[in-house]
Design a binder for this molecule. Structure first.
Ligand code: HEM
Length: 156
């Protein structure tokens, strides 16, 4: 009986301890647009927010033309995706912008995104940046901030 009571006490203690809710709570979703004020000069190289909007026009054309990704972007609200990406990149590059879109888990939840899709998207973004004459150094500064987002975007 004492052993039984001790076991009950242990269960009650564990349930009330700080470990129990920690185990049950989902991990917080990372900020989809973390600001990097130190990258403001990189934003200038992109031509600021207006330059990013032009970049997104080119990027979307390239995406739609890519047999790997075109079909999925055909089905999306392309203007919204371009607007949200321009806002997101502007904030990341330290601009005076606000990102009004979804977090990266939510934005891609309805899609089955694989590693290969992520690499294809980055490849297309590089192509779009090359065509706009963005230096490799500036491209890499942006890509380094996007790379960790693969954890939220890839869901298959
Ligand atoms: C670092 C990588 C990526 C970033 C930063 C990113 C960012 C975004 C953003 C900001 C949106 C708009 C969210 C909103 O509407 O509020 C979005 C939507 C979308 N993304 Fe991504 N994305 C990434 C990778 C990918 C990949 C690899 C795919 C490949 C399938 C993809 C496909 C889409 C599609 C199809 C939508 C529109 C979804 C819809 O119509 O509801 N994204 N993404």
């Amino acid at each position: 009986m004492t052993a039984y009571r001790n076991a009950l006490l242990l269960v009650a203690l564990l349930a009330s301890s700080s470990l129990a809710p920690l185990a049950a709570e989902p991990l917080p979703i990372p900020n989809p647009a973390p600001a990097h004020p130190e990258l403001r000069t990189v934003l200038e190289e992109f031509g600021g927010y207006e330059g990013l909007k032009l970049l997104m026009d080119d990027f979307m054309v390239i995406l739609l033309d890519d047999p790997r990704l075109g079909p999925v972007f055909e089905l999306s609200d392309q203007q919204r995706v371009k607007d949200m990406l321009a806002e997101q990149f502007c904030v990341i590059l330290g601009g005076d912008c606000t990102y009004t879109g979804m977090d990266m888990v939510e934005a891609h939840a309805g899609l089955e995104v694989r590693h290969a899709d992520f690499n294809a998207l980055v490849e297309n973004l590089q192509l779009a940046m090359d065509r706009r004459g963005i230096s490799t150094r500036a491209q890499n500064k942006l890509l380094a901030k996007l790379a960790p987002m693969h954890r939220e975007v890839i869901n298959r």
